[in-house]
Design a protein around this ligand. Sequence first.
Ligand code: DQA
Length: 145
Amino acid sequence: MKIAVIHGANLRLLGSREPEVYGSDTLDDINGHLAGLASELGVELETYQSNHEGQILDFVAEAAARVDGFLINPGAFTHTSIALLDAFLGVQRPFVEVHLSNTARREEFRRHSYLSGAAEGVVFGFGVHSYLLGLRGLVARLTAK
Ligand code: DQA
């Protein structure tokens, strides 16, 4: 089983970016934790980060041919991108949406996600554990299919 992990806008800044909101883990730390869990679960991961919406759309379209599902933290594209929703609807691969912060108790504009309605599941508010729980959920869902 192979899963693509996508980190969207501004997530390469983790570690120094608003640590009181996003914690002190860097993106490499998060990818390291994910790699550890992936080997425990016996799945292969491919990770990708971009600040560019169009590049993420292209990645989803290309990676869909070689992966079974996606784990994505779209960053702010969560709240703005109908195009990203359409990309996932177009490739018909299951995806799980994750967020480090609890978006439900932040600004109003973070409460709406264009993706959640099409996701297999959504995990938010647990820092790096959102990613790890999301990966576990996605693998369980794919295994059951
Ligand atoms: C985020 C939440 C988004 O609202 C924000 O724009 C991000 C990070 C999170 O992981 O908590 O960039 O996706």
